[in-house]
Design a protein around this ligand. Structure first.
Ligand SMILES: CC(C)(COP(=O)(O)OP(=O)(O)OC[C@H]1O[C@@H](n2cnc3c(N)ncnc32)[C@H](O)[C@@H]1OP(=O)(O)O)[C@@H](O)C(=O)NCCC(=O)NCCS
Length: 139
C-alpha cells in the first residue's frame, strides 16, 4: 500500500536511500519534508520498500525523490509510486511534471522514458558527483 510518510518511517527511508544513491539524503532532509502531502511510502507487510516525494517548482509538479529497495525493483513498485504522484498533482491542477536525473543514472532514465518523460535540458554540476538531465512530461 501507498500511504503518507511518518516520523517512524525515516530510519527505513534512510536505509533504502543509502542502498540507492552514492550521495544519499541524510535523515534530517527526510524529516524536513514530513509535512509535505506529496511524500509517500510504499509499505508491504510492515516493510518500507520504497518512497516518493513530489512538490512544486515554479508552477510545475516536481518529482523531488523516488527510490525502491534494490531487492524489490522491476516489480512495478516505482511505477505505482510515480502514478500516485501524478494522480495527486492532477488533483491540484498541474499540467506538467518535471524531474532531474543523473546523467550517469541510465537505469532511472529508462524508467522515466518508459513512462513518457522526455529529455528537456541539462544542468551541469547539479549533483555533487554528476550532471543532471531534466526530463518533462505532460500529465
Ligand atoms: C528508478 C526506480 C525508482 C524504478 O523503480 P522500479 O520499482 O524498479 O520500477 P518499475 O518496476 O516500476 O519499472 C517500470 C519500467 O521502467 C523501466 N525500468 C526500470 N528499471 C530499469 C532498469 N534498471 N533498466 C532499464 N529499464 C528500467 C522498465 O521499462 C520497467 O518495466 P519492465 O520491468 O516491465 O521492463 C528504481 O530503479 C530505483 O530506486 N533506482 C535508484 C534510485 C534512483 O535512481 N531514483 C531516481 C532518482 S532521479
Amino acid at each position: 500500500m501507498i500511504r503518507r510518510v511518518t516520523l517512524d518511517d525515516v530510519p527505513f527511508l534512510v536505509k533504502v536511500e543509502e542502498l540507492s544513491f552514492d550521495v544519499p539524503w541524510p535523515d534530517f532532509l527526510f524529516k524536513a519534508h514530513l509535512n509535505n502531502p506529496g511524500f509517500v511510502v510504499y509499505e508491504r507487510e510492515g516493510n518500507i520498500l520504497g518512497y516518493a516525494m513530489i512538490g512544486d517548482s515554479k508552477g510545475k509538479a516536481h518529482l523531488q525523490n523516488i527510490a525502491v529497495h534494490p531487492q524489490f525493483r522491476r516489480q512495478g513498485i516505482g511505477t505505482e509510486l510515480l502514478e500516485w504522484c501524478i494522480d495527486l498533482v492532477k488533483l491540484y491542477g498541474y499540467r506538467v511534471m518535471v524531474l532531474e536525473v543523473g546523467q550517469k543514472n541510465t537505469s532511472s532514465q529508462a524508467f522515466y522514458a518508459n513512462y513518457g518523460f522526455k529529455k528537456s535540458g541539462t544542468v551541469a554540476g547539479y549533483y555533487l558527483d554528476d550532471d543532471a538531465i531534466i526530463m518533462t512530461r505532460k500529465i
